[in-house]
Design a protein around this ligand. Structure first.
Ligand code: ADP
Ligand code: MG
Length: 242
């Protein structure tokens, strides 16, 4: 069974070919960590999956729905895909609860009572329920990122995309966010994460994908990949980051 199916994905920005034929199948409940040097196309891949970028070649299918660059409105897609970014982008003038309720109410037309119920449920999941009425500025970066994760979960995505969600955090705040992601993984959430946290990728991911110059250069289970990289490019990357 495949939840996310990417075939021969191509994406260019002007003359710059950023994705040069990416194939990636992700099973329901699978946790895939994407690693690779800056500029290798990791964010572009996630952004194509979330239709923040339109791909120019190849196919993407998520939960059986084919993403045609123009055939599907982003609101349809958002039923299946959630995304969390490096910068949390919470609305500063809205409370934590309001931030989490916003998309279900505005995009989905969920009534406010139900949206509040779901918001409490997902905030509880990330350990932020007690901050329901707080404003983002009153929270640490780690707490804000946990709220951003809850906000994505409130839309009940089938797959959650995370793009370097701990990179903007002070080191002492990274752990609390990774623990939330690990708990989601244990619960069976399908996760595709771009990360520089190699220990997390090693311990939590089912599969690690190494991107290099717009292609998947090497992939496999974390232990094999990290302990026995087969390409010189991955060897070099690992020795540079570990
Ligand atoms: P990574 O996330 O692996 O660091 P990205 O996917 O962000 O890599 O970027 C891959 C390449 O595409 C980089 O050279 C980057 O400058 C370029 N790029 C990304 N987004 C755009 C854009 N919107 N317009 C032009 N170039 C872009
Ligand atoms: Mg990136």
């Amino acid at each position: 069974m495949t939840l996310v199916c990417v075939k021969d994905l191509h994406k260019s920005f002007g003359d710059l070919e950023v994705l040069k034929g990416v194939d990636l199948d992700v099973a329901p409940g699978e946790v895939v960590a994407i690693i690779g040097r800056s500029g290798s196309g990791k964010s572009t891949l996630l952004r194509c999956l979330n239709q923040l970028e339109q791909h120019d070649g190849g196919d993407i299918e998520i939960a059986g729905q084919r993403l045609d660059a123009d055939a599907m409105a982003p609101s349809d897609l958002s039923r299946n895909v959630g995304m969390v970014f490096q910068s949390f982008n919470l609305f500063p003038h809205k409370t934590v609860g309001e931030n989490v309720m916003l998309a279900p109410v505005v995009v989905r037309g969920v009534d406010k009572l139900e949206a509040a119920r779901v918001a409490r449920e997902v905030l509880d999941k990330v350990g932020m329920l007690e901050k329901f009425d707080a404003y983002p500025a009153q929270l640490s970066g780690g707490q804000q990122q946990r709220v951003a994760i809850a906000r994505a979960l409130a839309m009940k995505p089938k797959v959650l995309l995370c793009d370097e969600v701990t990179s903007a955090l002070d080191p002492e705040l990274v752990g609390e966010v990774l623990r939330v992601l690990e708990a989601l993984a244990e619960e069976g959430m399908t996760l595709i994460l771009v990360t520089h946290e190699m220990k997390f990728a090693h311990d939590v991911a089912d599969r690690v994908v190494f991107m290099h110059h717009g292609r998947i250069h090497e992939q496999g289970d974390p232990k094999t990949l990290f302990n026995h990289p087969s390409t010189p490019e991955l060897k070099q990357f690992i020795s540079a980051v570990l």
